[in-house]
Design a protein around this ligand. Structure first.
Ligand code: B12
Length: 340
């Protein structure tokens, strides 16, 4: 938990600690009493208080027991250090994920309804990247996900989207927090269910923001945005769709996992196709999509965006920040120029 700029050790009561470690309260009590796997402090009123390290030890023990160890052997291996207990990775300052993020707010001045997800766009971001506020929001998102607390996740998302324009909030606060969530999941501090809870809540907010940004329009100038076959990491592509629509582009958002043939059909009569790519697997599938698009529709502006984006002749590689990537696409549409 962050108080001002200082990290203060989070403490949990037995119910919260058991929930975070994925065991029942009676099991946690038994493991404490029988095997000494945790030695909780007592609050002034005598209640047990558990820190992150205790939670990590119980979670590690649970993993060993699920893998077939006897509880006594698991506890002994953890207590004498034969089985390492993962530490919660240090929380990095919330930062724009790529250079240039959040420096320009072209979309705020553009067409579209201009509403942000959930709450209205406030008067400029008060939480600049790297501030303790950004870290605190990220930590609250991770804690809510870890505790499967949908209300807490919703509340922190309200808070996110009250901190400035959609583009700035997404680039400087929300994306770093989601990456933090991914780190916490990879370190075993957030379950798959917790990660799904949080990323689906974000997905719903982005969907609301897309609707709020104006009505989709077909016909001339249409920009289709989606993921290649098998691709499911859609939050970046959907956020880009929101920003593009807020900048006045006629966006049709096609979502994840679109088969190649459907990309080709959907691009009929469209002005641009944007393919989102995050992982290596998506990259291979995206390469196939963009090659087919370039071949089938020589006049189409074809672009890829995302961390795993690729360099391919005739295909625009979009930069990372939302305003910059929207500006790059809008520029290509106006100029009609294709890279060589
Ligand atoms: C949420 C999540 C999921 C969700 C996605 C839900 C959804 N509706 O999108 C689900 C559960 C589906 C999922 C599944 C998987 N995931 Co996943 N996932 C994540 C997580 C936690 C967050 C991703 C995210 O949304 N981040 C927020 C977005 C906005 O950031 P981003 O995706 O990095 O995008 C940035 C840029 O790339 C850019 N961007 C992205 N797309 C686009 C598109 C355009 C057009 C533009 C302009 C920009 C842009 O914007 C962002 C800000 O810069 C990350 C952890 C992490 N560190 O990122 C793992 C992560 C991406 N997943 C990972 C893996 C391995 C998987 C699975 C293979 C797991 C499995 N074994 O099943 C599957 C594969 C699914 C598939 N078929 O593609 C790995 C990828 C490793 C790698 N580089 O190859 C990560 C990094 C986790 C990890 N630490 O190992 N995942």
């Amino acid at each position: 938990v962050f108080v001002d700029r200082y990290y203060v050790q989070a403490m949990y009561n037995i119910k919260q600690a058991a929930g975070r470690a994925g065991v029942s309260v009676p099991v946690l009590r038994a493991w404490e009493r029988r095997y000494g796997i945790v030695r909780p402090e007592r609050s002034t009123s005598g209640y047990r208080q558990f820190d992150d390290d205790s939670v990590a030890r119980v979670r590690t023990m649970r993993g060993l027991v699920e893998a077939g160890w006897s509880p006594s052997a698991a506890a002994a291996a953890i207590l004498d250090g034969r089985v390492p207990v993962p530490e919660m990775p240090p929380l990095e300052a919330a930062r724009p994920t790529r250079a240039g993020a959040g420096t320009q707010d072209i979309a705020g001045a553009g067409a579209g309804a201009g509403a942000s997800a959930g709450a209205g766009a406030g008067a400029g971001a008060t939480d600049a990247e790297g501030s303790s506020g950004g870290r605190e929001l990220a930590e609250r998102l991770v804690s809510g996900a870890a505790a499967l607390d949908a209300r807490a996740v919703d509340a922190v998302l309200d808070d996110f989207f009250s901190r400035g324009s959609f583009e700035r909030v997404a680039d400087t606060l929300l994306f770093p927090a989601l990456q933090r969530l991914g780190d916490a999941w990879a370190a075993g501090f957030v379950s798959v269910a917790g990660e799904h809870l949080a990323s689906n809540a974000v997905l719903r907010r982005l969907g609301l923001a897309l609707d709020a940004a104006g009505s989709p329009s077909g016909g001339r100038g249409r920009v289709i945005i989606g993921l290649p076959p098998g691709g499911r990491h859609e939050l970046g592509a959907l956020a880009f769709a929101v920003a593009a629509r807020r900048a006045g582009l006629a966006v049709a958002y096609l979502g994840p996992d679109l088969p190649v043939d459907d990309w080709i059909t959907a691009a009929d009569g469209a002005a641009a196709a944007v393919v989102g790519v995050v992982t290596a697997r998506e990259r291979r599938a995206a390469l196939h999509v963009v090659r087919r698009l370039v071949e089938a529709h020589p006049d189409l502006v074809v672009a890829v965006g995302g961390a795993g984006a690729l360099d391919e002749p005739g295909v625009i590689r979009l930069p990372a920040s939302l305003p910059a990537s929207v500006a790059a696409l809008a520029g290509a549409l106006e100029g009609g120029a294709q890279p060589g």
